[in-house]
Design a protein around this ligand. Structure first.
Ligand code: ADP
Ligand code: MG
Length: 323
């Protein structure tokens, strides 16, 4: 069991940002409206995620760390979960196998919480605690017992860069959640959770960038598109400024990147990409989930229609600016 967890850990936990991703996804799944992320030394010494979600029943806390103990794929409505089937119910067990983890959770405001400490997959403490409803996961000394993996960690700045990029995308994807990120005590991101996506764009990219964004919206029978794209002067040579949110999840799509590039092509050289935050709602059956889940890439079965819709919407927004 312990060895299995360490092996699984190799798949789920590649680097500190993978831990952050799993913990934050759990916090989102728990219905949190605030998520606070504290990082020290690029996540190698501490990753702490504190949420105000539904929490875990005190009696169930150890179960949450047992492999395959949970399977939230009950309805089949969330195809993103099915796409990442291999990882489901393994994240916490895997993380706990390669770190010193402490969890505090309460599923009510009764003051009845539970605290669990796991080191290298072994429970070393379990006791009553006092905490408001929600969950706090602290992951210390990641990979302390797997030196081979530790050796592959890049610089603190590189690891922090991955974490920060992921948290920025989560905040952009969930403007209704107040998200904070702190590294070694200094604040890197703070969003308000008001649901105003432009506020999140300002928090992530700065307020002058937010002012240079154009709202877009369009729909057809299959897709509903909303979001913001930058004026042409705020374009870049790479795709990193594009955030695509499909049915509430941040994902990547070559097709969408290409259609954005195409929409700006009449104004700019073909190798320029805008800053963009696009949200697309569609029936889950239109998503091709047979794409590697860890890269968060999907394809769409009506890709040509989606591309056309995006191009049309972006050109309309740019045209309205009389460029
Ligand atoms: P999965 O998310 O695939 O179920 P995990 O190992 O990530 O597997 O989590 C195991 C279980 O622990 C979850 O299904 C959930 O019931 C519980 N859990 C984990 N994190 C939280 C959290 N932040 N808030 C509430 N419940 C949580
Ligand atoms: Mg999970």
């Amino acid at each position: 069991e312990k060895l299995a967890n360490q092996i699984a850990a190799g798949e789920v936990v590649e680097r500190p940002s993978s831990v952050v991703k799993e913990l934050v996804e759990n916090a989102i799944d728990a219905g949190s409206t605030t998520i606070d992320v504290y990082i020290e030394e690029g996540g190698l010494t501490l990753i702490r995620v504190v949420d105000n979600g539904g929490g875990i029943d005190p009696d169930d806390l150890p179960t949450a760390f047992a492999r395959h103990a949970t399977s939230k794929i009950s309805s089949g409505s969330d195809l993103f979960r099915i796409a990442s089937l291999g990882f489901r119910g393994e994240a916490l067990a895997s993380i706990a196998a390669v770190s010193r983890l402490s969890a505090i959770s309460a599923n009510s405001d009764s003051g009845l919480a539970r605290r669990l400490v796991i080191e290298g997959g072994t429970i070393v403490a379990e006791e009553p605690a006092n905490a408001p409803q929600g969950t706090e996961m602290s992951v210390r000394d990641l990979f302390y017992n797997t030196p081979a993996r530790l050796k592959y960690m890049k610089s603190i700045q590189t690891e922090l860069g991955h974490i920060s990029d992921y948290i920025n995308r989560v905040a952009l994807a969930h403007p209704g959640i107040a998200v904070t990120l702190k590294h070694n005590g200094s604040s890197l991101l703070q969003t308000l959770g008001t649901g105003d996506r432009l506020q999140v764009i300002a928090a992530v990219y700065g307020s002058s960038t937010a002012k240079a964004m154009l709202p877009i919206s369009a729909s057809d029978p299959d897709f509903e598109l909303t979001g913001y794209v930058s004026k042409p002067e705020l374009t870049r040579a790479n795709r990193n400024g594009i955030t695509l949110v499909v049915n509430g999840r941040y994902i990547r799509s070559f097709a969408v990147n290409a259609s954005l590039q195409q929409a700006y092509h009449t104004l700019l050289p073909i190798n320029r990409f805008p800053l963009a935050v696009l949200e697309v709602e569609m029936h889950p059956s239109l998503l091709d989930v047979n794409v590697h889940p860890s890269k968060m890439e999907v394809r769409f079965s009506k890709e040509a229609e989606l591309k056309a819709l995006i191009e049309k919407a972006v050109k309309a927004a740019l045209g309205a600016q009389r460029y």
